[in-house]
Write a protein of this length. Structure first.
Length: 286
């Protein structure tokens, strides 16, 4: 009995689709491991050259599986990390663009869920209400969406349209702090501490709350995630004009070993670089 060629082609196409899905799933697991290898890198120049190509590779993989949460998370984290590490202060226009990419990949994670998608398109109260019903499983998508958007806003403080989204960022980070406060070494508390510390009190700044968030983040990371100290100095110490604390925090970062957190040597190397830059500008800040 001869099998019609159309059925053969259909079977081949289905088999090809299965193989592609398996390949993306498998490589996606390798990508997770590869990203961990990347975050443990200590050489900033090497990391700066390597990350763009790897991000584009992840985007190619995503074409075959557009809703793959693992790939979306890695892309959101990767673009935010690149902007923070290598663009801020050098090319803020590109940094803002990369933070928007980070936000958009994070939003794609959130939009996989109909309830969160509707809340994103609704009011601030809609978003808060939906997040109040959510738990730990939703933390990664919400955190990286808020990180990308919040970082964009911090580089766009003269743009009213950007500032209008700040309450949404706070709502998302407050959700993360409530649902999984230890996520990304207390990252939500670090971000909330920065927001509360850098704004004047008349615009919602709160130095006491800022200090509380930073101290919580330090406790959650065991004091090993050095970027917390950098933003503690940059946001709280500068805003309160506490020069002694500023120097103490940044000296701690400058003198720390990258081996205190081997799996995040890269983030700590970036923190040490930023600490040195801030110490060099101390006379302009106080």
């Amino acid at each position: 009995m001869k099998i019609p060629i159309i059925f053969c082609c259909a079977a081949l196409l289905a088999f090809s689709g299965c193989i592609r899905a398996i390949a993306v799933s498998t490589v996606g697991g390798i990508a997770d491991d590869g990203f961990e290898a990347f975050t443990s890198e200590r050489d900033l120049d090497f990391a700066e050259q390597a990350l763009p190509g790897n991000l584009k590779l992840l985007e190619v993989m995503l074409k075959s599986d557009p809703d793959n949460e693992r790939l979306l998370r890695l892309l959101s984290q990767g673009y935010a990390s690149y902007a923070l590490a290598f663009l801020e202060g050098k090319d803020d226009a590109r940094a803002r663009d990369f933070y928007i990419r980070s936000r958009d990949f994070g939003y794609r994670i959130m939009r996989r869920d109909a309830g969160l998608a509707k809340a994103l398109d609704g009011s601030l109260d809609d978003l808060k209400g939906e997040l109040a019903r959510r738990g730990k499983d939703d933390v990664p998508g919400v955190f990286w969406s808020a990180f990308g958007l919040g970082s964009y806003i911090q580089l766009s403080l003269t743009e009213p349209s950007a500032l209008a989204d700040l309450p949404r960022v706070e709502a998302m980070m407050e959700f993360v702090a409530r649902a999984d406060s230890s996520y990304y070494y207390g990252g939500a508390h670090l971000f909330l501490g920065t927001l509360a510390g850098m704004r004047p009190q008349m615009l919602g700044g709160n130095p006491a709350k800022s200090k509380e968030h930073f101290e919580t983040a330090i406790r959650l990371s065991g004091g090993k995630f050095l970027m917390t100290y950098v933003y503690y100095a940059r946001a709280y110490a500068v805003q309160t004009q506490n020069e002694e604390l500023f120097t103490e925090l940044l000296t701690k970062v400058r003198d720390a070993s990258l081996e205190i957190l081997p799996e995040f040597r890269l983030a700590n190397a970036i923190a040490k670089k930023k600490a040195g830059m801030l110490l060099a500008k101390k006379s302009d800040l106080f």
